[in-house]
Every structure is written in C-alpha cells, then in structure tokens.
Ligand binder design. Structure first.
Ligand code: URA
Length: 241
C-alpha cells in the first residue's frame, strides 16, 4: 500500500492532506522520516509516526475507553462534553462509534469501532454478549431483591420481563449484575423495579474486555485475543461449542 493511502485509511485527512503531511517531512516509518507519498509499505503491524506521535496500523479500529462520569456517549451532546472529545482526531476522522451507550453518570468499559456491521451485531438484541455492572444502591440490598433480579422483573412502561443473567450482593448496598440485553437505562430500571435505587453505576466488563489499568478518560486498542473473541460469530442456540 502507498504511504499516503495508508495514512488516509488511518484517519489522517483527505488523500491530498496525507500526501502533504508526508511531503512536509512530518511522517516517519519505524523512526525514519519518509517524504515520498508513493512509497510502497507493508501495512500489517507497521509502526509510524505523524508529527512525532507514534501509531500502529490497524485495518479496523477496535478500542476500549474507561468512560469517566460527566460525559455523554453522543456525537452531539446536549448537557455535557462528548466521549468522542476524549479520542484523538484520526480515530474520530475514521468514523469510530461507541458500541451501545452508557449514561452520562455511568463509568467504565465503553467499546468503540469503525466497523458498522460489528456495531449492529453487538448491539442487536439477538447477540447475547455479557455485560457486567457494579451497582451502588441507595438502600440496603437483600436476598429478595437479588432473587427477583435473577428471576425477572417487569420494567415500568414495558410489557416484557427482563432478568439478570447473574446477580450477587457485593456489599451491604452494592450489587454485581450481569446482563445480556441492552435496554434503555436497564440497570437503573431493574433496580427500581425491586424497590431500590441506583446511586452509582460502573460497567466492569463487556464480553471479556475490562479497563483495569486505564485511568478515567483514557483508552487503548483491544488486544488481538479480545478483538477476536468479540468479532467471533455467536453460536446458534443449542449448538455445541
Ligand atoms: N443501565 C443503565 O441504567 N445505565 C447505563 O448507563 C447502562 C446500563
């Protein structure tokens, strides 16, 4: 692939702008400045820098952010800054989008990709990817609430029962809930349905991806194993693994 084309695929501007960056000696390959837009390069695994900032070629963008409180998951936020403002310009330019949304006051694992069909698949009700939520409640959590959340509760304004795949009390007023659907405000509405109230909410896992060492607002590329697990097609119900 030509170097200018590679920069274009990675979100560094129009083809003309990418050729301009290279001609202006702002691009280095493996530490050596290259001023030839038409230089042929092998993209897979290529390390390059633009204006001194290091990048690695990724055919598809697939990343995780530790979403901080006070940010909206919308491209056009209404009351708070957007999570997209925390991503570097090339990622925004190549069209990464959040896979589902978290509320403004929810923290934790938020995935992004530029693969539209993957977003569609991972957010579809048919794709039962597990998401784990750590919930701080206003009132003490008891065994009846835990049992009801696992058995299924009827949400206000909804005529379907939703149940937690798993639920455990992690302290006197904290819960860990595993959900495989993604209904609007689902955790808050489920906890309200059993007579409690969510006061703090964080997502600690999405399909095996966690944010352990990431500071709030920071992001990282998914590892190959994480991306592979996430993009694997779900087995049809009842099929042997
Ligand atoms: N459920 C909620 O209520 N809020 C979130 O942000 C995510 C799940």
């Amino acid at each position: 692939m030509k170097l200018a084309q590679l920069l274009f695929t990675q979100g560094f501007g129009t083809r003309r702008e990418c050729a301009g960056l290279i001609a202006a000696e702002l691009v280095a390959i493996e530490g050596v400045v290259c001023d030839e837009p038409d230089r042929e390069v092998e993209p897979v695994g290529l390390n390059f820098s633009v204006r001194g900032e290091p990048w690695t070629y990724h055919q598809r963008a697939f990343l995780v952010m530790n979403k901080p409180k006070g940010f909206e998951c919308s491209q056009k936020p209404k009351h708070h800054p957007s999570v997209y403002s925390l991503l570097p310009a090339p990622l925004r330019q190549r069209g990464v989008q959040a896979i589902g949304r978290l509320d403004e006051d929810t923290t934790g694992v938020l995935l992004f990709t530029d693969d539209g069909s993957l977003i569609h698949r991972l957010t579809s009700p048919k794709h039962h990817v597990a998401k784990v939520y750590e919930v701080g409640c206003k009132h003490p959590v008891d065994a009846v609430q835990v049992a009801r959340l696992q058995a299924g509760v009827l949400l206000h304004d909804d005529n379907e029962t939703v149940r937690a795949e798993a639920c455990e009390a992690t302290g006197p007023d904290t819960l860990r809930l595993t959900l495989t659907e993604g209904k609007y405000h689902q955790v808050k509405r489920m906890v309200a349905a059993v007579g409690n109230r969510v006061e703090a909410l964080g997502r600690s896992d999405f399909g095996g991806v966690r944010v352990d060492a990431l500071a709030p607002g920071a992001w990282r590329w998914l590892t190959e194993a994480e991306a592979e697990a996430m993009t694997r097609k779900p087995l049809p119900a009842g099929a042997a693994p």
